[in-house]
Write a protein that binds this ligand. Structure first.
Ligand code: ACO
Length: 328
């Protein structure tokens, strides 16, 4: 007797943005008070960003992850205790340890002892987490997996550095993946090249009760730009090839929302500009949270429907990159 294939299907999405919305003009005014000059015109022209949300001082990545998770569980029609595995993609965890995923488990009131761990692949984190969850589901190990991207990048921004502090925002997005006989995730491709670790990093650690090194984000913007455009096109084709599909089969393209110029350049190469979901204008770059945030927006406004093929693509510090192709 042949066993039928197991696929991982997205059965719920959810997202959360902190209440404090900061427009470019508001940020420019705040920076001007520190003697830093920037403008709405510069930020929009170079990045496409118009506004971002910043977490409240006492609000953490796990707090936002829990809100996004509750909404995804609600759409999935599952109770929190039906979850078998929680994965949180984040580079801005609440603590060095325990993992943010363990805190999320506790805050959701889950007492079934389900597995929980964090994934650290910076802005590619959500693609890495989706691909990892898919492998756990297809192996038969878990049935219901909560995959979350949650970030409070505002905590690692140097507001004296105008080249980086205007780019990022805070938020969280989540999906519930469930084992199914119907597709589901069709393919994924993940990569990393640690030789570029120095172009995008927070090069600090905790040592003897203090931060050793730098606790602020550093980025070589132009180097990141060049590398990102190159690898995103390549990995999209790799995922398509693995699924045996051509680029025309993509109904919606959800690239990591870093910068509209990087996103448009990739979409053009796939002839998918009209199919691209854009939230970077309103969210800024929320790192691992950006893709599930954009996915949830497009599911809830009715653009992404059952049966549509969705390509997600991440790229970020490490350097890491990856793509996941799935059918809703
Ligand atoms: N406001 C006004 N002027 C600024 C600002 C600002 N916020 N930031 C930089 N400038 C100035 C610079 O000082 C420079 O001035 P100069 O010519 O007098 O020296 C000028 O603008 C141009 O600076 P560049 O760094 O050359 O600007 P560039 O066109 O490369 O744009 C940017 C910078 C937007 C960061 C670009 O390099 C980029 O998009 N990089 C991709 C990186 C990215 O999006 N990273 C997101 C995180 S990574 C990820 O998620 C994968």
């Amino acid at each position: 007797m042949t066993q039928s294939a197991i696929y991982s299907r997205v059965i719920g999405t959810g997202s959360y943005l902190p209440a404090r919305r900061v427009t470019n003009q508001q940020l420019a005014d705040e920076l001007a008070a520190r003697g830093i000059e920037t403008s709405d015109e510069w930020i929009v022209a170079r990045t496409g960003i118009q506004a971002r949300h910043f977490a409240a001082p006492d609000q953490t990545s796990s707090d936002m992850a829990v809100e996004a998770a509750r909404r995804a569980l609600d759409m999935a029609g599952l109770s929190a205790d039906q979850i078998d595995l929680i994965m949180v993609a984040t580079s801005t965890p609440d603590f060095v340890f325990p993992s943010t995923a363990c805190l999320v488990q506790s805050k959701l009131g889950i007492t079934n002892g389900c597995a929980a761990f964090d994934i650290q692949a910076v802005c590619s984190g959500f693609a890495y987490a989706m691909a990892t969850a898919d492998n756990f589901i297809r192996s038969g190990a878990y049935r219901n997996v909560l995959v979350i991207g949650a970030e409070t990048f505002s905590r690692i921004l140097d507001f004296n550095d105008r080249t980086t502090c205007v780019l990022f925002g805070d938020g969280a997005g989540a999906v519930v993946l469930q084992a199914s006989s119907e597709p589901g995730i069709l393919s994924s491709a993940l990569h990393a090249d640690g030789s570029h670790s120095n172009i995008l990093c927070v090069p600090g650690n905790v040592n003897a009760g203090a931060v050793q090194g730098e606790a602020f984000l550093y980025m070589d913007g132009q180097a990141v730009f060049k590398l990102a455009v190159k690898v995103l096109e390549k990995v999209a084709h790799e995922a398509l090839e693995k699924a045996g599909l051509e680029a025309e089969a993509i109904d919606w393209l959800i690239p990591h929302q870093a910068n509209l110029r990087i996103m448009t350049s990739t979409a053009r190469k796939l002839d998918a500009e009209a199919k691209m979901v854009v939230t970077v204008d309103q969210h800024g770059n929320t790192s691992a949270a950006s893709i599930p945030l954009a996915l949830d927006v497009a599911v809830r406004d009715g653009r992404i429907k059952a049966g549509h093929n969705v390509m997600i693509e991440g790229v970020g510090g490490g350097f890491t990159w990856g793509a996941v192709l799935f059918r809703m």
